[in-house]
Design a protein around this ligand. Structure first.
Ligand code: PLP
Length: 399
């Protein structure tokens, strides 16, 4: 079914004399007319549409959550103070001590550290697998498997799992498939491909302004409601709540996501093609030599391109450092972690956002010391940017 582009736009508000944007809810707590309704909101029969306390949710957070649920095609969504806040709450809501997670071995370093280092303290074990190898994933699953976890386009190696087949594996075992779609909002719709829950770091493309952190969990209404249950909800009890002011800012930026994603994709493709023409080791799902290029075309929503992220391996860490210094001096972008900003951002993944992954594992999964991850910006004249980029490459002998 083709992606309905109308889907991602926040709904038009129909309130005469009301603002065109939802108001910023400026309250930590909310009034009730009746003590019975207040008491009921702590139980299973919470009155629909009533607000209790801002750590559960707020009217502004609800506007943002509803728009993100529409974006991902899920019944509901819950917004959090960061992407990690969404990941932790989602996994702890679903996985009990003694149960296990099978996760892709190429994922964001913070998520890798959470699963490998932190969750074992809570009695939750994670097996890491190459998600391109369905047999490897299946062989690590058991009756204890509660969750399969991967990223739609993995950070930083840009591998794309066969999501419908992974979903089938998960569902055969009554496990939940959780997909982090941070790199590919609009481009890939994991829930339409079988994922049960879709997560984003809103910090990245969805907000696009690099001015705050935020996260979201999108999924079935029952699961999403359970996250903010006063007695058992991981989001409610762990407390990573998104402030209304930030929720409203992200909501407004969501309206331009479609335009931004198309431009990020156009610009990244342009740079990726130029790098490939020079015979450099560039990874980009829009290039035919990408290992999952055909799968990307088959699974992606048409019309949004192949995204704003590319990886370039320049051979070794000192060359990578030299190139990043030259690129920053030449105004190509910022040497900074994160992604999805209007300016190009670049960082050496193995020693920054994936440094939590030990060197021997990095080597095994193909994360090389010379790899630079680029989040290509919204430059109006990408040809001129390429001219500056190429002169920096020449300075390190790659011309
Ligand atoms: N998921 C991915 C793919 C990421 O790249 C990141 C951060 O870089 C996160 C999750 C965590 O998001 P946040 O920094 O908003 O907590």
């Amino acid at each position: 079914m083709p992606y309905d582009i109308e889907q991602h736009l926040p709904l038009v508000q129909e309130n005469e004399y009301g603002g065109v944007n939802p108001p910023i809810s400026d309250s930590a707590t909310f009034t009730f007319h009746d003590p019975d309704r207040l008491k009921a909101s702590f139980g299973h029969d919470a009155p629909p549409g009533c607000f209790l306390y801002a750590r559960a949710t707020t009217p502004t957070a609800q506007h943002l959550a509803a728009a993100l649920a529409r974006l991902e095609g899920t019944e509901a969504a819950h917004v959090t103070a960061s992407g990690m806040g969404a990941i932790v709450a989602t996994l702890l809501q679903r996985v009990n001590p003694g149960e296990e997670i099978v996760a892709s071995h190429t994922i964001y370093g913070g998520t890798w550290a959470l699963l490998a280092n932190f969750f074992p303290r809570l009695g939750i074990k994670t097996h890491f697998a190459d998600f391109q190898d369905l047999h490897a994933v299946e062989s690590l699953m058991s009756e204890n498997t509660a969750v399969l976890y991967c990223e739609s386009l993995s950070n930083p190696l840009l591998r794309l799992p066969d999501l419908p087949s992974i979903a089938a594996l998960a569902h055969r075992a009554q496990a939940m498939l959780v997909v982090d779609n941070t790199f590919t909002p609009l481009l890939i719709s994991p829930a339409r491909l079988g994922a049960d829950v879709v997560i984003h770091s809103l910090t990245k493309f969805i907000n696009g302004a690099s001015d705050c952190v935020g996260g979201v969990t999108c999924g079935p209404a029952e699961f999403i409601d359970s996250l903010s249950d006063p007695s058992h909800g991981a989001a409610m009890l762990l407390g990573a709540v998104l402030d209304s002011l930030r929720a409203q800012g992200i909501y407004k930026n969501l309206a331009t996501l479609e335009i931004r994603m198309r431009r990020h994709s156009e610009n990244a493709r342009f740079i990726a093609e130029r790098l490939a023409e020079k015979g450099l080791a560039v990874t980009y799902p829009g290039l035919e030599n990408h290992p999952e290029h055909k799968r990307f075309i088959a699974l992606a929503n048409p019309g949004f391109g192949a995204g704003g992220i590319l990886a370039l391996d320049v051979g070794d860490a000192s060359r990578a450092d030299a190139l990043m210094r030259y690129l920053q001096q030449a105004g190509v972008g910022h040497l900074a972690v994160s992604l999805g900003f209007h300016h190009t951002l670049f960082s050496p993944s193995g020693s920054s956002t994936s440094s939590e992954i030990p060197p021997e594992i990095q080597e095994r999964i193909g994360l090389t010391p010379g790899l630079i991850r680029f989040s290509i910006g919204l430059d109006p004249d990408i040809g001129a940017t390429w001219g500056r980029f190429a002169s920096c490459l020449a300075k390190i002998g790659l011309d």
